[in-house]
Design a protein around this ligand. Structure first.
Ligand code: ZN
Length: 145
């Protein structure tokens, strides 16, 4: 099974071009964003819209088939952040230096697995912020909820 074109189109529309993990905006400079299976197929995830999100190339590459990890703070196993069922602001905190802090077990584990705070990724975020492209519009819309 592959994601249908209709579902892929809907995932892109729903996300407004925003990576649902790191909040980078897909631009002409980006490697094309990908449709991520939140629960990987190998773990029983399906191709429904409830299991799909838009992910930048880097977040999707680091996430791979992972669905859980250890919380780096407590070393307790936890599921990764689920953009369909969880609110970004309840799990992550964008710092003034453009790093993304995890503020829940899921947020910390996801920030670690997806390597959200690699120095070059922070620099990219800062540059996007200077252009007025970060965090992307979807983040602003979610913040109002
Ligand atoms: Zn991302």
């Amino acid at each position: 099974m592959t994601v249908s074109r209709a579902n892929a189109r809907e995932v892109r529309r729903r996300a407004s071009g925003c990576c649902e993990y790191c909040r980078q905006l897909e631009t002409k400079r980006s490697i094309r964003f990908q449709i991520d299976h939140i629960i990987a197929r190998r773990h029983g995830g399906d191709d429904s819209l409830d299991n799909l999100c838009l992910s930048c190339y880097e977040c999707n590459s680091y996430k791979g088939p992972h669905i859980a990890a250890l919380d780096p703070l407590t070393e307790e196993p936890t599921r990764l952040y689920n953009p369909r069922t969880q609110n970004w602001e309840a799990h992550f905190d964008l710092q003034l230096d453009m790093s993304i802090g995890g503020i829940s077990p899921e947020g910390r584990a996801t920030a670690s697995v997806l390597r959200l705070n690699l120095p070059r990724r922070i620099i990219e975020r800062h540059e996007a912020w200077l252009r007025g492209e970060y965090p992307c519009v979807k983040a602003a819309a979610d913040a109002l909820q």
